[in-house]
Ligand binder design. Structure first.
Ligand code: PLP
Length: 426
């Protein structure tokens, strides 16, 4: 490490810094595209005591977590486990472990996270082919089928719900058409899991990964995933156990070494198997969070949870429309848990967002790429998908817009959403 200049060493602030106060994040209502407010039960679970990673009490929790997420993913897949890291660690683990250099992958892109799949697949040195549709739309199954027959990929990698555009790609026909064509399917369900239906087995999806920080109401930092036996065999054929932990009877698999050590699903699966072969230190508190997040979703009932997201999301969208704001994208393909809305012409979107944060403590989302500066994205996810949040957000947005020069019909947003949510709990 290069030496610091002497003057910096002498500065009191570096040598003997003033103690900092305890962290005290300001209260916020998180209504962006995620992370969203964490359910207090998940926060409590995260403060439970640490356990050793081979403690039978901990490994039992791992097994229970696998069983919980089989229900969340609607699968019987044995290999349903967690990768430590944010949602994209789940994606990286999947693509690194499935795609050998030179393998062809097809990615239908309908937003930023399709581009992310391409980006990660390229770094796996796969041959990446993409098809594109305008942001705010999704693909017909026929378009994907044609591309599959033209390009004959090994894998189709697709996002279920892309928060960047708020659009959801229907998947029920995609899995079967890939199966017929002999193509594997991987789905990034980060933003949709537990907020809209996902049927891993029924829709013949070979691999799905997710994150906690959206409709599962957990913090970012762990990625639940599921892999079927067909893909588990592909991964096993590439398994190379790191030196230092190899069992006596170890024989390296014939397939290409998985580039990443941390995200090598072959080794991660060994730790999640009865062998409990050591890999990285389990992120104990994150496993507790994943456990409680799944318990909450299943306790509510997945169908009831999807319905709650639909009703709350629709109330928000109707409230926004009643404020003379224009909703973004194909409304028939909109995710239920996030709503895109055009920033009115002449209005400074960032100034409105700043007023919402500074005066109301409410965060709504900005946008990326071609939508930057054009739309806001408002999330109603998990613990945050509730009546009072919608009403607070609409009321605050009306006032913030007025401050910055846009006059919505007074009270129209809140009144419309209240009517829509008559009788719903706050
Ligand atoms: C669809 C989708 N995929 C992947 C990600 C990336 O997740 P993370 O930031 O947790 O790595 C996000 C985050 O917003 C997302 O919405």
């Amino acid at each position: 490490m290069p030496a610091l200049p002497g003057s910096l060493y002498r500065k009191r602030s570096i040598v003997n810094p003033k103690p900092l106060p305890q962290l005290n994040p300001p209260p916020r209502l998180l209504m962006g595209p995620g992370p969203v407010d964490v359910d207090p039960r998940v926060l409590r679970a995260m403060s439970l005591p640490m356990l050793g990673q081979f403690d039978p009490a901990f490994t039992q929790s791992m097994n229970q977590c696998m069983a919980l997420y089989r229900q969340v993913f609607k699968t019987a897949n044995h290999w349903t486990l967690m990768v430590d890291g944010t949602a994209r660690a789940g994606t990286e683990a999947m693509l690194n472990s499935i795609l050998s250099p030179g393998d062809r992958v097809l990615v239908p892109i309908f937003g930023r996270f399709g581009h992310l799949l391409c980006e990660i697949a390229r770094r796996c040195r796969a041959e990446v082919i993409s098809i594109n549709t305008a942001w705010g739309t999704v693909f017909d199954p026929g378009q994907i089928e044609t591309a599959i027959h033209t390009h004959r990929p090994k894998l189709l990698a697709v996002v279920q719900g892309d928060t960047s555009t708020t659009m959801a790609q229907p998947l029920d026909q995609i899995g079967p058409l890939c199966r017929r064509a002999g193509v594997f399917v991987y789905v990034d369900a980060t933003a949709s899991i537990a907020g809209m239906d996902l049927r891993t087995d029924e829709w013949q999806l070979d691999a799905v990964s997710a994150g906690l920080q959206k409709c599962l109401s957990g913090p970012p930092g762990i990625a639940p995933l599921t892999i079927n036996q067909r893909l588990a065999e592909i991964i096993a054929a590439r398994k190379h156990i790191e030196q230092g932990i190899r069992p006596a009877d170890y024989a390296a698999a014939a397939g290409a070494v998985i580039q990443s050590n941390y995200l090598d699903l072959g080794m991660v699966m060994d730790y999640w198997s009865n062998q409990r072969l050591n890999h990285h230190t389990a992120a104990t508190s994150m496993l507790y969070a994943a456990f409680e997040s799944a318990r909450l979703a299943l306790e509510e009932g997945l169908d009831a949870r999807f319905q709650r997201h639909r009703v709350i999301g629709a109330a928000l969208a109707e409230g926004l429309a009643a404020m003379d704001l224009q909703l973004f994208g194909d409304q028939t393909r909109k995710m239920p848990n996030i709503t895109g809305v055009h920033i009115p012409p002449g209005i400074d979107g960032e100034a409105v967002r700043a007023t919402l944060i500074d005066d109301f403590g409410i965060e709504i989302g900005t946008s990326f790429g071609p939508l930057h500066g054009k739309i806001w994205r408002i999330g109603t996810m998990g613990y945050g998908a509730r009546k009072r949040n919608v009403l607070l957000c609409l009321g605050a947005l009306e006032a913030a817009l007025r401050k910055h020069g846009f006059r919505a019909p007074p009270g129209a947003g809140v009144d419309t959403a209240m009517r829509h949510l008559e009788g719903a709990p706050a």
